[in-house]
Design a protein. Sequence first.
Length: 180
Amino acid sequence: MAEAERRDHLRQGHVFDTTPQRRDLWLLLLVFLADRPLAELTSTEFHADGYEQHLLGLSSEFTDDEITRILLSSAIALRVIDDRDGGILDKLDACGQLQPDSLSDEAEPLSMREACNKIVHATKVNYDVERLDGGPVEQLGVSPPYLRPTVYLYGSHRKTTWRCTLDIIRFVRGATVALQ
């Protein structure tokens, strides 16, 4: 068995078609941007025909898994491309805020590269949720909740707990540029 070096000397790392990642980013954007209109339908049209439970069931069954799958696969692909192409993520705008120490109020812009790291290493993930009537999310009511395009990630690094706020729209925008 002989090792054969690849002929494309400009790209020696993993080279792959980024179409599936770009499609997933589009789906991630749709998950967040469609959640409020879906909640609005829930409180009006859905109740008219009795099918609200079936449609809402689809959303509740797949939303968390899809968000997790897309964030993780996108973060990994972006890190591979960043390492392969020499820091492309450093040229992109921040996509949120990072509190390196969650016990402190000090925050810094969350770079795309660091966002990818935090997505992969998060030990806790929360969503930004609101109710249509503006009431407290914890209080059960007639008004349905919906996702806002922000994800809160938590984890630890060297015994220090960190927290970051990931702006999904900015993350998708930056990731789409990097995956061209």
